[in-house]
Design a protein around this ligand. Structure first.
Ligand SMILES: Nc1ncnc2c1ncn2[C@@H]1O[C@H](COP(=O)(O)OP(=O)(O)OP(=O)(O)O)[C@@H](O)[C@H]1O
Length: 484
């Protein structure tokens, strides 16, 4: 057992364990329960409605309204619930099954299996979902590069082993596709376990992921935890913590590296905002809950690596109305090692993955970490693309012919570089008809250097579009020459 475990134990059962209450008010997903004075269950503890239905109805205590009433958020659907129904205080937080038995399984926010497989064995250990982050003294920040096989990411926003990366983007710019590709490319090379938290997204996507992981043979090392958009806000709000608890068990009790993926962090914030509104709290900036920063920090700070095991996290963050100053987005930014920003302009030009090379960044971008060659190439790429963007305004006004010869050369190289940075994905091969490729950093650097040095100046731009290495582009160019 690692030294961190003692620091992050689940809160001990409270005195209210086994206390009986009764539903006194139902307000959609917010339920008020009456207890005898002195019996009030703790905040964040779970209550179970005692009804004769086969489905469970769990509530989580959010507020002590007065000495005899608690206000709770429902984790399950409340249809059929009536005032006066008996409620049992479980005395502990919501718990989820953890450990080897859940590997290869798909579970919901409270740990019920949702993959139509057999029930989990009775012996499966369970852990409460509210836990503290490991102490700073035992945390281990990641400075080792974690290659993704995706050219743009490895070059300009390298991921850190044991670090946190997020993909930011508005609707439909490719967050889910990118996260799926990363799972595919990383999970089969990754020795540890993977935990996927599906928060508030479409349930169809969850099902597709499950089938996809099954086909690629990595499902036995993966746990999928879902609280999707058709579920009540309480479930969508807490599911990220449930998944994180499963990941923490691998890290702390089994000292195994974990890949922790979340799609989508914004939905977690949104569900928290819904719960806050239902509880009658006054909204804060842009209508968000006043506890926004705390809620994000409580989640993000728990996603931490310790000396004995690394937790590498990749998250998708929806950017509402493409507004990167949105408080939920800006707040998430502050917790990351790598930020991958997706651009609608690039997506509309079909430049996938639509990663903005200038807006994306990584704390590993330092010659002492990634090496001088990588650093210099990335800087040259950024400078050239920046120059191209400035020239684009002039081009749109005056046309390319009015540029100087050096500027025209820069534009040509930048356009080739931008095309070279596109890459066919395995997960999109079915609808693009191009086989997916993974590219090593060495090949990415060699290709970029060749383009920056002018080796491809007389190549057709299209030869560099949606290829893997420079050699693939060379072959495409030869084919194009032959056909003309
Ligand atoms: N790498 C890619 N190659 C080809 N097409 C892509 C790629 N990435 C995204 N697309 C296209 O963009 C569409 C939307 O992608 P995706 O579902 O990943 O977006 P999203 O940002 O997750 O959207 P939402 O916010 O609506 O969930 C895909 O269905 C696909 O047509």
């Amino acid at each position: 057992m690692s030294e961190t475990v003692a620091d992050i134990q689940t809160p001990s059962p409270s005195d209210s364990t086994g206390a009986h209450g009764a539903v006194s008010r139902i307000d959609g997903s917010v339920i008020e329960v009456r207890f005898a004075e002195g019996d009030l269950p703790e905040i964040n503890s779970a209550l179970e409605v005692q009804w004769d239905r086969p489905s469970k109805l769990l509530l989580e205590v959010q507020q002590h309204a007065d000495p005899t009433h608690v206000r709770c958020v429902a984790i399950h659907e409340t249809a059929g619930l009536a005032c006066g129904m008996p409620v049992l205080a479980t005395g502990s937080p919501i718990t989820v099954p953890v450990g080897e038995q859940v590997l290869g399984r798909m579970i919901n926010v409270v740990g019920e299996t949702i993959d139509k497989g057999p029930d989990l064995p009775e012996s499966t250990p369970r852990r409460g979902i509210h836990r503290r982050a490991p102490l700073l003294s035992v945390q281990n920040a990641g400075t080792e590069v974690f290659s993704s096989g995706i050219k743009l990411i490895d070059l300009l926003a390298p991921l850190a082993r044991g670090g946190k990366a997020a993909m930011f983007g508005g609707a439909g710019v490719g967050k889910t596709v990118l996260i799926m590709e990363l799972i595919r490319s990383i999970a089969d090379r990754y020795k540890g376990q993977s935990v996927f938290a599906g928060v508030g997204e479409r349930s169809r996507e969850g099902h597709e992921l499950w089938l996809d992981l099954k086909r690629s043979g990595v499902i036995d090392r993966t746990v999928l935890v879902f609280g999707q958009m058709n579920e009540p806000p309480g479930a969508r709000w807490r599911v990220a913590l449930s998944a994180l608890t499963v990941a923490e068990y691998f890290r702390d009790e089994m000292a195994q590296d974990v890949l922790f993926l979340i799609d989508n962090v914004f939905r977690f914030v949104q569900a928290g905002s819904e719960v806050s509104g239902l509880l009658g709290r006054l909204p804060s900036r842009v209508g968000y809950q006043p506890t926004l920063a705390t809620e994000i920090a409580e989640l993000e700070e728990r996603i931490a690596s310790v000396r004995s095991a690394a937790v590498t996290s990749i998250q998708a963050v929806y950017v509402p109305a493409d507004d990167f100053t949105d408080p939920a987005v800006a707040e998430t930014f502050t917790h990351l090692d790598s930020a991958i920003v997706l651009s609608r302009d690039m997506a509309s030009e079909g430049l996938y993955p639509a990663i903005d090379p200038l807006a994306s960044s990584s704390s590993l971008h330092d010659p002492l970490i990634i090496g001088q060659r990588h650093y210099d190439t990335a800087e040259r790429v950024r400078r050239l693309i920046e120059q191209y963007r400035e020239l684009q305004e002039i081009i749109s006004l005056l046309g390319i012919d009015d540029l100087s010869a050096t500027d025209r050369q820069a534009v040509g190289r930048a356009r080739r570089l931008i095309r070279f940075m596109t890459q066919p994905f395995v997960v999109t091969s079915q609808f693009t008809g191009r086989a997916g490729v993974s590219v090593s950093l060495e090949d990415t650097l060699t290709g970029c250097e060749a383009i920056l040095d002018g080796e491809t100046d007389d190549w057709d731009e299209s030869a560099l579009y949606m290829v893997g290495t420079l050699e693939d582009a060379r072959a495409a160019q030869a084919k194009l020459r032959q056909s003309t």
